[in-house]
Design a protein around this ligand. Structure first.
Ligand code: C5P
Length: 241
């Protein structure tokens, strides 16, 4: 159960840079103090699998956040292609539908078996927090954001995904709907003493974990700090309360 994680293991540091060297530096120095680091489309687009592998030599707990969304066969093949990198967490869009999510979950199991690595956790992106109810109506969703998020989270669970990415404000609703073992990966986290940056709806690490967040995705409060290691240690203490 995720509840057994140490506070530091709940922290996933978002390394939002295209610079491989600085990504390696920070990933390496944070290794004992966080559960992993997140590399996304920006880093992967610029540096590809080779860049990933360099970071992984410094810290092999990598959340590869590529938000896959395509036909089931293509998503499954993409997961097979990425598995030799041995990511620990990967993301797919729940809007890809039930067959796509099932194909992703199955591909993760098969590909990990083929590679001989630990099966990554596959989490679904529900509704991007950049979308509000007007945006959702514009693309044809009739429900309001939280109803739609819970609907997609339930579907993700039924289709074999291990959890979803969600905003701090959806933690409680999703835990109630999907149960304690369905993993919630939560960005939009700000420690007590840090700037919000461009995040609008934020929550402290302590509150998010109390509500049921399993992993906290935290970027700038760590990466932009003068002392990232100290910032991560403080956050772990803050989670403890
Ligand atoms: O620097 P900060 O802590 O805001 O970084 C949060 C990370 O989580 C970034 O990589 C951002 O892209 C990601 N994210 C987010 N909100 C979402 C989904 C992902 O902030 N809804």
């Amino acid at each position: 159960m995720m509840n057994n994680l140490k506070p530091s293991e709940r922290i996933l540091c978002a390394i939002d840079t295209v610079n491989v060297e600085s990504a390696c530096d920070i990933a390496g120095s944070l290794k004992p103090y966080v559960g992993g680091v997140k590399l996304g489309l920006e880093f992967f687009g610029a540096n590809g699998p080779q860049g990933f592998q360099k970071v992984s030599q410094n810290n092999n707990n990598i959340f590869l956040d590529l938000k896959l969304h395509d036909i089931p066969n293509t998503v499954a093949k993409a997961i097979h292609s990425l598995m030799p990198l041995e990511p620990k967490i990967m993301t797919v869009h729940t809007a890809g539908g039930p067959s796509m999510m099932k194909a992703a979950a199955e591909a993760a199991t098969d590909a990990a078996h083929n590679v001989g690595c630990q099966r990554p956790i596959i989490v679904g992106v529900t509704i991007l927090t950049s979308l509000d109810s007007d945006d959702l109506n514009a693309v044809g969703y009739q429900n309001n954001v939280s109803i739609q998020v819970v609907k997609l989270a339930r579907l993700a669970k039924e289709c074999g995904l291990d959890g979803v990415v969600c905003s701090p404000h959806e933690i409680k609703l999703i835990k109630e709907a999907c149960g304690p073992d369905f993993k919630l990966v939560v960005p939009g986290i700000r420690p007590l003493d840090s700037a919000k940056g461009d995040q609008k709806r934020v929550m402290t690490p302590y509150d998010a974990v109390r509500l049921g967040a399993d992993y906290l995705v935290i970027g700038r409060p760590i990466t932009q700090s003068e002392d990232p290691v100290e910032a991560a240690r403080k956050i772990a203490k803050e989670i403890n309360g």
